[in-house]
Design a protein around this ligand. Structure first.
Ligand code: GLP
Length: 262
């Protein structure tokens, strides 16, 4: 038996010790083994039959636990060769000082960006949208919600709101929002971002193919035109295991101004 299998079996010893359904206990034990690094990315999981025998549970129970872990992205199944711990995401390093779009960021890294549309339409604005975009209750807002995918890996969920007076038909945005805004002279030139930590709920975890409760970065971007008018209000959720945000810091100038946040 190889090392990974031995470590898995060591982690399975406790199955059926508590009152929780067996498949949930097995699932948690495998998740814990991955989180604690007992088994690492690319390690093969022992066969269903071996796990069932070792943990003294049925193969149906093993299959249910494994299938759940495949769905939540902890394990991957390769046809004909078995089940493995999912490869670790190659982290994307993202500068916090350049105002770039997702499509541009990915192109710079040689990755192919695409989006899955979650919502695209024109709506009455929410109180938040009215406040940030400076809209009255009688005006409309174009909303674009997308799952952002790079090289077939979902990286972020982005929900953008743009005044409908600037973007009357959100269907004009095909691949890049900034490209569409640029076409009408509305590409932002400055933005303020607020970043906070969140744990993912079930629906978003499913879209990003990570376990529910995973640590994520919630980013709110408010972007401005050169005139100072707010053009974009976007709330994004980025995978915590995929992104490093990097900021360059400088000493403040003698007037104390440099480095101040808007
Ligand atoms: C980034 C920002 C978003 C912005 C988007 C535009 O991901 N976080 O606020 O809306 O880029 O990207 P694209 O032009 O590829 O649609």
């Amino acid at each position: 038996m190889d090392d990974a299998a031995e470590r898995i079996f060591a982690a399975l010893r406790d199955v059926s010790q508590s009152g929780a359904p067996l498949y949930l206990q097995l699932k948690k034990n495998i998740e814990d083994a991955v989180r604690r690094g007992l088994i690492g990315p690319g390690d093969a999981l022992p066969s269903e039959r071996d796990i069932a025998a070792q943990a003294d549970i049925s193969r149906v129970t093993v299959r249910k636990a494994v299938q759940d872990l495949v769905k939540s992205g902890v394990l991957v199944q390769r046809h004909g060769s078995g089940t493995f711990v999912a490869p670790r995401m190659e982290r994307v390093e993202q500068s916090l000082s350049r105002l770039t779009s997702f499509t541009e960021d990915m192109a710079r890294r040689g990755m192919a960006a695409r989006s899955q549309w979650l919502e695209r339409g024109v709506y009455p604005p929410s109180p938040d949208e009215m406040m940030v975009l400076g809209l009255s209750a009688s005006e409309l807002v174009s909303r674009l919600s997308r799952l952002r995918i790079a090289d077939e890996t979902p990286l972020a969920i982005e929900r953008a709101a743009i005044s409908a007076s600037v973007l009357p038909d959100p269907r004009e945005v095909t691949s890049s929002l900034y490209m569409a805004l640029g076409k009408t002279g509305h590409r932002p030139v400055r933005a303020v971002q607020r970043i906070s930590a969140v744990n993912l709920g079930g629906a978003e975890a499913k879209l990003l193919v990570v376990p529910e409760g995973s640590a994520c970065l919630q980013i709110e971007r408010i972007s401005y035109l050169a005139s100072g008018k707010v053009i974009e209000f976007t709330k994004s959720i980025y995978r915590g295991d995929a992104y490093d945000f990097v900021a360059e810091l400088r000493l403040p100038g003698p007037d104390g101004q440099e480095g101040d946040i808007a």
